[in-house]
Design a protein around this ligand. Structure first.
Ligand SMILES: [Fe+2]
Ligand SMILES: [Fe+2]
Length: 329
């Protein structure tokens, strides 16, 4: 938090409004200030050279960072995605009503990013299918993972079509940045935790975001795309719940602990939504089916409180710390 050079001591933690604190990108928010501030000469921020301004640093709780739409493929906790290239093979042509050059530019950036994230989800489900095969999952789950990968191919194509229309030239994904070896999950507990985080939470939120965006979208072609994505992401979220239910049934206490940990963390820290691009004109955003950041945050909070955490409570039963941690959420 920046303070005036004349202010020698930091305000007490109880007096600090979390909204006044500088936050990182990717939609992270400070939810609670948990300790006293320390005065520093310069406050570095997110790798950017600091302004010559003294400030106070506070220990805080933050929402979980999430820089992606949908389900990314993560290698060593890093989400991978391709770079954007000129490519006519992914994008069908879509006709949009005219937009200002400025709005077109900002909105294209957001749709390019969403399309690249959908493209990365193809790889994520390919790995989910291999993990499920390796762990002896029932055929329905393996089949649904493959179907989900095909859904993501469609989402990526639709996203690149919209991005290309906004860019004025066809764009697509470069080669996916994978090496020769793709590490699979360490075991059932990790598969269950990933299904809880990316499927039960991430894709449920993605589904509701797409549905809310469709409700405000003024372009019929984009609205139809968003409604299709909302339905598919809902199914992908169900696959997450089914995977967690199966893993809890066949796994030991470590599986249960891993799943409880994911939901307890979400209850404590909330879910962040992607923050991308510079356009904050609600009318321009609505035209091409994008929610502003505040609307996305509201939707994610509602999804967590009204759908995801109640379902987690029902799935995990009534015993243990989990219930205590989720009770106040
Ligand atoms: Fe998707
Ligand atoms: Fe998905």
């Amino acid at each position: 938090m920046e303070i005036a050079p004349s202010q020698r001591t930091c305000p007490a933690a109880a007096d600090v409004d979390p909204d006044d604190l500088t936050v990182k990108d990717c939609g992270v928010e400070v939810t609670e200030v948990i300790g006293q501030g320390t005065r520093v000469d310069q406050v570095p921020f997110n790798g950017v050279p600091p302004e010559p301004m003294p400030g106070c640093c506070y220990p805080v709780l933050e929402t979980e960072p999430s820089c992606v739409y949908g389900r990314p493929l993560k290698i060593e906790a890093q989400a991978l995605r391709s770079s954007l290239v000129k490519d006519p093979t992914w994008a069908a042509s879509i006709l949009l009503r005219p937009l200002s050059t400025e709005a077109r530019h900002a909105l294209a950036e957001r749709w390019c990013r969403a399309a690249l994230d959908e493209h990365a989800s193809i790889a994520a489900f390919s790995r989910v299918a291999l993990d499920l095969l390796r762990l002896g999952a029932p055929p329905e789950l393996i089949e649904q993972a493959h179907v989900a990968a095909l859904d993501e191919v469609r989402h990526a194509r639709q996203g690149f079509a919209i991005a290309s229309a906004l860019m004025g030239s066809p764009v697509g994904p470069g080669a996916f940045p994978l090496g020769m070896e793709v590490p699979l999950s360490a075991g059932l507990a990790e598969v269950a935790a990933e299904a809880a985080e990316d499927g039960c939470i991430g894709e449920a939120v993605a589904s509701l975001l797409a549905r809310e965006a469709a409700a405000i979208c003024e372009e019929p072609e984009i609205r139809a795309v968003l409604l299709g994505i909302a339905e598919d992401e809902e199914r992908h979220s169900l696959l997450g719940w089914r995977t967690v239910a199966w893993a809890l049934r066949v796994g030991g206490p470590d599986v249960r602990a891993a799943v409880e940990n994911v939901f307890a963390r979400a209850a404590r820290m909330g879910v962040a939504v992607p923050l991308m691009g510079d356009c904050d004109d609600p009318a321009a955003l609505a035209q091409v089916g994008l929610l502003d950041h505040e609307a996305s945050r509201r939707t994610a909070r509602r999804a967590l409180a009204e759908v995801i955490l109640p379902a987690a409570r029902a799935l995990l039963g009534s015993a243990g710390d989990m219930q205590n941690q989720l009770a106040g959420a």
